[in-house]
Design a protein around this ligand. Structure first.
Ligand SMILES: [Zn+2]
Length: 257
């Protein structure tokens, strides 16, 4: 998401294109990364036989976009019967950054029904070719979602005015695609500037919610009143359409594996 409300229209338009391209490319890269992968890890101990909780029962006006759909047209989603594990790289984290991430995780978890669990901290650096498993760092399981504070020098998708870039990752070897990992990368300087201000902290919360909705599997919306608009539009809460999209991704039956 871009954050420059003061930026010119030209810059915003360019950023919009860059960000859409980044999201699509990110998904593709993550899908292809598991040449490094081998077999899927065993089912974790915390997988349940029923959804951990249900998404809210909200009206569905349509208008939302799923990042990826299967051959049957159903959205690619996370397994609602296991928690989504998250680790945070603390390097460069601005004051208040962790609390803002946790607040947004709770907000997006509630809207989708998914249960996010922050496992702790990591020293892993974000890359666009992240492997889906990293046994040395995380054991025999899918790599947890990585949340990292960074800049365009370390993480080039942040170039072009993006203040956050996020996406889920699927195992392409699975019979049916599902999201099993993901990355959320946040511009450390932009958040450090915004979090201390009252309006800025609301803006930061909106950006975090936008990025975490990508992580859940929601794409960009052309509706300027949607929080999923690719550019910052002074919108702080999920629209009815956004809420329906999140609920459509966090519900449903358990996924195999
Ligand atoms: Zn976005």
């Amino acid at each position: 998401m871009t954050g420059g409300a003061q930026a010119s229209r030209t810059v915003l338009a360019v950023s919009l294109v860059v960000l859409i391209a980044t999201t699509a490319l990110g998904v593709l890269l993550w899908q292809r990364a598991p040449a490094l992968l081998g077999a899927a890890p065993p089912a974790p101990a915390d997988v349940a036989t029923a959804p951990l909780r249900l998404p809210p029962d909200v009206p569905d006006p349509g208008g939302y976009v799923h990042l990826l759909t299967g051959d049957d047209g159903a959205p690619v989603r996370w397994d609602p019967c296991r928690p989504v594990h998250v680790v945070v790289r603390p390097q460069g984290e601005p004051p208040g950054g962790r609390a803002a991430v946790e607040t947004a995780l709770a907000r997006v978890g509630e809207a989708s029904g998914l249960v996010f669990v922050v496992d702790g901290e990591t020293d892993e650096a974000p890359t666009t070719t992240r492997a889906l498993t990293d046994p040395a760092r995380y054991g025999a399981r899918w790599s947890p979602v990585l949340v990292a504070w960074s800049d365009a020098g370390e993480y080039p998708p942040l170039q072009g005015g993006a203040v956050g870039v996020a996406g889920p990752a699927a195992d392409p070897a699975a019979d049916r695609l599902s999201w099993v990992s993901g990355t959320v990368v946040l511009d450390a300087v932009w958040f450090a500037d915004n979090l201390p201000q009252e309006l800025g902290s609301r803006r930061a919360g909106a950006v975090l919610s936008h990025e975490l909705a990508h992580l859940v599997g929601l794409g960009h919306s052309a509706d300027p009143f949607s929080l999923m608009s690719p550019t910052y539009q002074s919108v702080y809460g999920f629209s009815l359409s956004d809420q329906a999209g999140l609920a459509s991704l966090g519900g449903g039956a358990c996924l195999p594996g």
